[in-house]
Design a protein around this ligand. Structure first.
Ligand code: HEC
Ligand code: HEC
Ligand code: HEC
Ligand code: HEC
Ligand code: HEC
Ligand code: HEC
Length: 344
């Protein structure tokens, strides 16, 4: 048993070393090809997925002109049964990939250690940061790794099967970042034009190359609400109005309001570690105070990629069915997110 483990460990080590050599050479190639250092400081305009020059070679990283493997002339960089886009993106955004962002494990991997990414991960999240990181499996995530052509229902959107969607990394991110947004997020989402209110975020100075301290600035309810349209209810008292929604009529919790002004919520200062938030784990929009109003947004309660939170609550889905099997990307176990604000 021990011997077998030892052998596995050794084999793992060899594979790791081989991979590191490979990565080293790939990083070099990538740096030359894109003309940008992999460890460039965070500014949106210098981000890797946009601002291509007229004589760019970068297209060839992801596309093949006469011998592509998938739709949109995509090269499947990674082997597997997942959709083409996923296999293109995670080639670089995985453990040991060319980017510091390993989205499969929800990690930011830097020279000084491994940190938890603010979006969470698709398979795992980081529970202990540092030189010897600890990971935990996710309990729910946006399902982006289905095979080509798999369509799914979007909660809070059209229940007509003709409007189910194929969910991929490119449903939310624009690989070319033509709109020059934070995190290369799309401004045309699910056919909805949100370019007037693009999602914006800041990363605190000094944390860019490591433990990125993200503060969400604006546009987040519009971004998530472009797909989950019925859930974006911003009117006061929406929790009393059972007629809300285009695709299904229910009363829904409001978003887009300043919770410190509401008598029913905790009378905290709402400022923790210089950010305005009801708990260290639950950010409000405009949480670093650079914009006028702190607001409740989708990401106050949810992660964007995946969570390790547990759930035993049976709840109603927007299609009228009920389930207890999903932790719905929540930041805290069960309905811990409610108590943080309401403390009943
Ligand atoms: C990081 C990977 C990546 C790079 C680099 C890249 N693309 Fe793409 N491209 C994609 C993916 C993925 C899609 C499919 C998007 C989707 O499914 O919505 C795509 C789709 C396209 C499309 C069709 C859809 C559209 O947006 O019009 C065109 C045209 C295109 N790419 C051109 C280019 C050119 C030109 C370059 C170089 C300047 C380039 N791409 C660089 C990944 C990439
Ligand atoms: C050839 C390698 C490569 C591929 C393929 C690739 N990326 Fe990236 N990506 C990078 C690098 C490098 C960075 C810059 C961050 C860093 O230094 O690691 C980055 C950054 C990002 C960021 C953060 C941008 C920001 O403003 O902070 C997002 C989001 C992203 N990639 C999404 C994608 C998606 C979606 C795909 C698939 C369509 C994809 N990437 C494919 C290498 C790649
Ligand atoms: C491009 C469309 C799209 C966007 C944008 C989008 N989602 Fe989703 N979301 C989906 C689809 C499709 C599903 C159902 C499939 C699945 O669970 O992955 C889903 C499922 C979910 C679920 C339920 C997961 C579960 O396990 O039951 C939550 C929670 C969620 N999304 C939150 C968000 C939040 C928060 C944002 C904004 C950061 C967002 N979504 C943006 C398409 C989208
Ligand atoms: C439902 C929309 C959605 C989908 C699908 C999605 N992302 Fe993201 N992604 C986001 C949002 C929103 C953020 C920023 C959230 C934050 O910082 O909390 C983000 C952040 C990122 C980042 C920045 C680093 C980090 O982890 O925070 C990278 C890189 C990235 N995504 C790549 C990917 C790749 C690759 C895929 C597919 C495997 C993917 N994303 C699928 C919405 C999405
Ligand atoms: C970030 C703080 C915050 C969190 C987290 C939060 N709430 Fe609220 N809640 C508010 C605010 C602010 C209002 C007032 C909304 C308005 O102005 O109509 C409110 C309103 C309500 C109401 C009254 C609705 C009405 O219109 O009469 C109920 C019930 C409620 N919340 C339940 C919950 C539950 C259940 C959860 C957990 C899923 C939750 N809240 C999480 C801040 C929060
Ligand atoms: C106050 C906390 C809170 C906020 C803010 C919030 N959610 Fe949720 N969300 C929850 C909880 C709790 C659940 C679990 C199901 C339930 O209790 O209804 C959930 C469930 C979901 C689901 C799965 C529902 C289904 O029918 O399967 C989606 C999708 C979702 N939220 C998207 C969003 C989007 C998009 C926003 C922003 C417009 C948002 N949420 C804002 C707490 C919140």
């Amino acid at each position: 048993m021990d011997e077998e483990n030892e052998e596995k460990k050794l084999w793992g080590e060899v594979k790791r070393m081989k991979r590191q050599l490979l990565i080293l050479s790939m990083v070099l190639v990538f740096t030359l090809v894109l003309g940008v250092g992999v460890a460039a400081a965070y500014t949106i305009s210098s981000n890797i997925h946009g601002g291509y020059t007229a004589d760019t070679a970068a297209c060839g990283q992801c596309h093949s002109t006469h011998a592509a493997a998938g739709k949109n002339l995509i090269q499947n960089l990674e082997a597997g049964t997942q959709n083409d886009v996923y296999r293109t993106c995670v080639y670089c955004h995985k453990s040991g990939g060319q980017s510091k962002y390993d989205v499969i494990n929800g990690a930011i991997v830097t020279g000084t250690g491994t940190y938890a990414s603010s979006a969470g991960g698709f398979d795992q999240v980081v529970t202990t940061e540092g030189a010897t990181p600890v990971f935990a499996a996710v309990t729910s995530e946006h399902d982006v790794d289905a095979a080509n052509g798999t369509t799914v229902w979007v909660p809070g959107y059209d229940t007509n099967a003709g409007n189910y969607m194929e969910l991929t990394c490119a449903s939310c991110h624009d690989p070319h970042n033509t709109a020059n947004t934070a995190r290369a997020l799309r401004v045309n989402v699910n056919g909805v034009d949100i370019s007037a209110t693009p999602p914006t975020l800041d990363i605190a100075a000094g944390t860019v190359l490591g433990d990125e301290a993200v503060s969400y600035q604006s546009g987040w309810n519009e971004f998530c609400g472009a797909c989950h349209q019925d859930f974006k209810q911003t009117g006061a008292g929406s929790g009393d109005d059972t007629a809300l929604g285009t695709y299904g009529s229910f009363a829904r919790h409001r978003v887009g309001m300043d919770p410190s002004l509401y008598a029913g919520t905790n009378e905290n200062s709402w400022t923790i570690a210089t950010l305005s938030q009801p708990s260290p784990l639950m950010p409000l929009q405009s949480s670093d105070g650079t914009a006028a109003n702190q607001q409740v947004m989708c990401l106050t309660c949810h992660y964007a990629h995946g969570t390790k939170a547990t759930n035993t609550v049976t709840f109603n889905r927007a299609d009228g069915t009920s389930t207890s099997t999903s932790s719905t990307l929540l930041r805290l176990d069960n309905r811990g997110v409610c108590q943080v604000c309401h403390n009943k």
